[in-house]
Ligand binder design. Structure first.
Ligand code: 13P
Length: 228
């Protein structure tokens, strides 16, 4: 099965999460990114889990931050880094993104680096800049997943077409091969749901990152069925 990553963002209350954990199919290719406070509820039921962010700091005296080591220790295996909502709203900078990647790799987490263009017109310049800023001259690790999420597709109800996903993922893989001699595992995100995922799975994407559609367990089950 192609990977299916579920980003809950800031949604769901404890009462919703308890039912969700009970009903979610257990599959190594299905990874949930809930709010950090719920991570242990997933790990205690052996559901693969990740965090939506990680601290860029190496100092522990940092109020409200959560370190990569703490995430690993609470059972998380993955972490999203540089999601567009963090880049746009919290002005997350390239130096922070790089530190987050380094901290995650050092702690044994698999980072999922989110990249995506603002618009079709700025697509290649935006992506080149984000890749260069995150990795610099050398790749931190080959164990980093790329989540390609064009900003205009997120939450719009309008996913990219299979042809466009293929074109962009092909371009990212070729660019990274040229610069870093390595072709990453790339998942697509942006309005992926239970109605379009079967068609989208015909693309070369190695998996998908769903936001809104990840909140209802019935939709999650339909997405898994479509991918099988
Ligand atoms: P939507 O699936 O709601 O468009 O969200 C995508 C996203 O941001 C996942 O990280």
């Amino acid at each position: 099965m192609k990977k299916l990553f579920l980003n809950h963002k800031m949604n769901l209350l404890l009462k919703d999460i308890e039912g969700y954990v009970d009903k979610i199919p257990k599959d190594k290719d299905l990874v949930v990114f809930p709010s950090n406070i719920y991570i242990p509820l997933f790990t205690s039921e052996n559901v693969p889990v990740g965090s939506q962010d990680v601290s860029a700091s190496k100092r522990n005296n940092m109020t409200s931050e959560v370190s990569a080591t703490q995430l690993k220790n609470s059972g998380a295996a993955y972490v999203l880094v540089g999601h567009s909502e963090r880049r746009a709203i919290y002005q997350e900078e390239s130096s922070q993104i790089r530190s987050k990647l380094e901290n995650a790799v050092e702690a044994g987490l698999i980072p999922v680096l989110c990249i995506g263009e603002q618009s079709v017109e700025t697509r290649y310049t935006d992506l080149k800049q984000q890749i260069k800023e995150a990795f610099g001259d050398s790749l931190i690790s080959e164990n980093i997943i790329i989540a390609y999420e064009p900003l205009f597709a997120i939450g719009s109800g309008q996913a990219l077409s299979v042809e466009e996903i293929d074109e962009m993922i092909h371009w990212i893989k070729s660019y990274m091969k040229e610069i870093y001699h390595y072709e990453p595992f790339i998942i697509y995100g942006g309005s992926v749901n239970d109605e379009n995922i079967k068609e989208l799975s015909l693309s070369i994407a190695d998996g998908f990152l769903a936001g809104g559609a990840s909140l209802e367990i019935e939709k999650v089950k339909r997405m898994i069925e479509a991918l099988k």
